[in-house]
Design a protein around this ligand. Structure first.
Ligand code: LR7
Ligand code: MN
Length: 589
């Protein structure tokens, strides 16, 4: 039985020290518990969190009335200054029922006034900048929505009105993507007619998805700049000036705020990290990673300066209106949800523009753990078809890497007609994807001619390196797979890149990492977020087949024990088979 156990997947835990570089962004937060409870000052048990669909709890479904009734009952102090909302335990069941509707705590949201106060989240220096804001271009704010809650939608609108200089605000355009809720029809029209800023709703009778809905808004917008927001955001002080100032300086820069977190359960406003930029992994999933080395250094000089970002999250950004259309607006072949953010990011960078994040602009967004909408046609015809289009139009030979590992996108590949987008790329004389990777995101972990890409196999132990489970960016044990699994080189979790600088990287920007200087004994090898540090550099010797750590000169080794603890280590080089590694190339083009 021990041998059988051996033959199954072996995952060996390596403890990882906390590392400042690897702060975890909200998109990567996974909570283990269903609920967060505490006893408040009055001794009442309060529940502030829960997940949807816990079958053990037998939560009744939201009723038809719940879906169609606007239950906005503000309490003057609820959520004030960005604080969490407290729900008493007697409301727990209703709260859980309501949670299903929008996949956030609707009961909590409905208690918070539409104009709740929020702190100023900016660095002090930000408040001193932008005093020439009256010379900035005016903007139309475009908010698309499908079945959004009344309180979150209108809190978004009010946060724009209350925290934008009125001379910079041309209008607010709400685009209703075929919502079914009664209160989003006439009652919404009536309500917005009374707002102090010109605001109107345009409606699509059919569900067209967020991409086409944004285009609808953009086409009728009057402002010189278009500013897009999701329908569940809250803007904080100075957010708009910091965005528009970038566009005033360069109309070809698309600029995003720092996206803070509005907690989906408690509705607390939580400041996010300013040190991240947007990128993506091999599966074309949007990810936040630590800033590149050069940008990090520049930030130390002036942390209020906008910095470039390889991609944007998609929902929150400002763009010069004429540039938006000049550069190809959106791909109208994309449906419902997903992929448009990468498409626009690649297009803008490759065709001569820039994507930047303005650290003086902070906007909160409700991050959800699941999507409340239907995806008409299914996720294959929407998200994966959209991503297939991104790859086919912008990624050149790297499209093959994406299709190799993503069966669903591969199935959609042949039915996509991308001729007009390819023509656009040609007409705009856009640079290729290799240029993008090399220049916009030099820290990328994609395979290239100048680096190794494939499996890293141990000769002595018949094992190969295996990417740890995807739970977060770091703090994960490095895995080892047994030989029967290693034989199949189509499993992307066993594929690694080794750069000419000596970084052994895998998807999601994690690197093989060991201490710079070491004592005499063996020491553990860890998986850490890639950084430019030499503790992540390795040297492969084709003759001896050793993988040596650059600075401490020890060899990568497999610790062979029945308890399977220890896993990968570095040890004094001794020529043993367990220190011999085969770098087996895998073709991807
Ligand atoms: O069919 C639809 N029609 C719509 O009008 C589906 C959605 N929508 C609306 C919806 O009501 C919302 O206002 O479109 C907006 C975005 O939809 P979400 O909130 O479900 O998207 P998300 O926040 O989960 O996802 C992110 O990725 C999307 C990919 O298509 C969009 O680009 C979202 O705008 C984007 N959100 C952000 O960038 C906010 C920060 C998230 C991060 C990181
Ligand atoms: Mn959103």
């Amino acid at each position: 039985p021990i041998l059988l156990f051996f033959k199954t997947i072996i995952i060996i835990v390596i403890w990882i020290n906390a590392n400042k570089q690897t702060e975890i962004h909200p998109k990567h937060i996974f909570r283990e518990n269903n609920q967060e409870e505490y006893i408040d000052k009055n001794g009442i048990k309060v529940v502030i969190g829960h997940y949807v669909g816990n079958p053990a709890k037998k939560i009744p479904n939201a009723t038809y009335d719940m879906l169609n009734t606007n239950n906005f009952h503000p309490q003057p102090n609820a959520g004030r200054n960005g604080n969490p909302v407290v729900i008493e335990s007697r409301d727990l069941l209703t709260m859980q029922q309501l949670f299903q509707i929008n996949r956030f705590n609707l009961l909590a949201s409905d208690k918070i006034p539409l104009n709740r106060s929020l702190p100023d989240f900016r660095r002090k220096k930000c408040a001193l900048k932008y005093n020439d804001s009256s010379t900035y271009p005016k903007t139309s704010v475009i908010i698309v929505f499908h079945n959004e809650a009344w309180s979150t939608l209108l809190r978004t609108v009010w946060s724009v009105i209350n925290r934008s200089p009125s001379e910079l605000l041309e209008e607010i355009i709400l685009v209703d993507d075929a919502s079914e809720r009664e209160f989003l029809k006439n009652p919404l029209d009536d309500y917005i007619a009374s707002l102090p800023v010109k605001t109107f709703v345009i409606r699509s009778p059919e569900r067209i998805g967020l991409i086409k809905a944004r285009l609808k808004g953009a086409k009728i917008a009057k402002g010189e700049v278009l500013t897009f927001l999701d329908a569940h955001c809250e803007c904080t002080k100075g957010w708009l000036e910091a965005l528009l100032s970038v566009i005033k300086n360069d109309r070809k820069t698309v600029v995003c705020p720092v996206i803070d977190i509005i907690h989906d359960d408690s509705f607390a406003y939580i400041k996010s990290f300013e040190l991240h930029w947007g990128a993506f992994n091999w599966n074309l999933q949007f990810r936040w990673y630590s800033l590149g080395g050069k940008e990090m250094t520049l930030r130390k000089i002036d942390a209020t300066q906008p910095f470039p970002s390889p991609t944007m999250a998609g929902g929150l950004f400002a763009i010069d209106k004429s540039y938006f259309f000049e550069i190809g607006s959106y791909d109208e072949g994309m449906n419902i949800w997903g992929g448009e953010n990468l498409e626009m990011s690649f297009r803008v960078w490759q065709c001569g523009g820039r994507i930047e994040i303005a650290p003086c602009s902070h906007v909160g967004h409700i991050f959800r753990k699941s999507s409340p909408y239907t995806f008409p046609g299914g996720i294959n015809k929407t998200l994966f078809a959209n991503l297939a289009r991104v790859a086919l139009v912008w990624m050149d030979e790297w499209a093959n890497l994406y299709f190799k590992f993503n069966e669903k996108a591969r199935e959609m590949r042949d039915s996509q007609n991308v001729t007009s987008r390819l023509e656009l790329r040609k007409r705009l004389q856009c640079k290729n994807f290799e240029w993008y990777l090399d220049n916009v995101w030099p820290q990328h972990f994609f395979p290239k001619e100048d680096r190794f890409f494939g499996q890293i196999k141990n000769i002595g132990e018949d094992l190969c390196l295996l990417k740890p489970e995807r739970k977060g960016l770091s703090n994960q044990p490095m895995g080892l797979a047994t030989i029967d699994r290693c034989l199949n080189d189509d499993i992307e979790d066993e594929l690694f890149v080794m750069t000419k600088e000596g970084f052994i990287m895998t998807d999601d920007s994690i690197c093989l990492d060991a201490p710079e200087r070491e004592g005499l004994g063996p020491s553990k090898v860890r998986i850490m977020a890639c950084s430019a540090y030499s503790r992540q550099k390795w040297v492969y010797n084709e003759k001896t087949q050793e993988l040596r750590h650059l600075t401490n000169q020890k060899c990568l080794d497999v610790y062979n024990s029945d308890s399977l603890e220890g896993g990968l280590i570095i040890k004094k080089c001794n020529g043993a088979n367990s220190q011999k590694w085969l770098l087996k190339r895998v073709s991807w083009k």
